[in-house]
Design a protein around this ligand. Structure first.
Ligand code: SF4
Length: 170
């Protein structure tokens, strides 16, 4: 379990660092604003797990719509004009887990910010970018020296690895 928790943490970190770059390169779509009725949302009790990739994750909610199961990720803080790339990849990972767990592919996932909701289409391009990220992450796991992928000191200030990272900018 510790390994899985660590895996997820590293996944979130890598998505945060690499999401913007990956999306720019692949031209992935952003989210579209949708209306959602939060009364229909069902909380997820157990994490979803896909053994083949050792991937696990727990969306905040799962919503059933027209026979499909839609993952919902709730974010606090400032509502952006468009969803952050790291959040798009996170919801894509939940779509993948929902598909592997329930055998039905969600057409989209939802990111719920305080003032706006976005539907993120779970397209083959997004899935492919996600799988690329996971493969790259696996390669990084066995590297002894992983280079910093950004020049953003603010990220380092908020990073939990700052004290042990020899590439920290803060
Ligand atoms: S402290 Fe290190 S691991 Fe954390 S964001 Fe900065 S460079 Fe990345």
């Amino acid at each position: 379990m510790l390994y899985l928790a660590l895996f997820l943490f590293v996944l979130a970190l890598l998505f945060l660092f690499q999401g913007n770059r990956q999306r720019r390169e692949s031209g992935l779509p952003g989210g579209r604003v949708v209306y959602t009725d939060t009364r229909a949302w069902g909380e997820v009790e157990k994490p979803l797990f896909w053994a083949e990739l050792g991937l696990t994750g727990k969306p905040d909610y799962l919503v059933e719509r027209e026979g499909r199961i839609i993952p919902v990720e709730v974010k606090s803080g400032r509502t952006p004009e468009a969803p952050y790339d790291s959040h798009i990849f996170q919801v894509a990972a939940y779509c993948l887990l929902v598909e592997k767990t329930y055998g039905k592919r969600p057409p989209y996932g939802i990111i719920h910010y305080p003032n706006r909701d976005f539907a993120v289409d779970y397209t083959p391009a997004l899935e492919s970018a996600l799988l690329d990220e996971l493969a790259e992450m696996r390669r990084d796991e066995v590297r002894t020296n992983v280079q910093r992928s950004h020049e953003d000191a603010a990220r380092c200030r908020k990073c939990g690895f700052r004290k042990v990272c020899d590439q920290s900018l803060a």
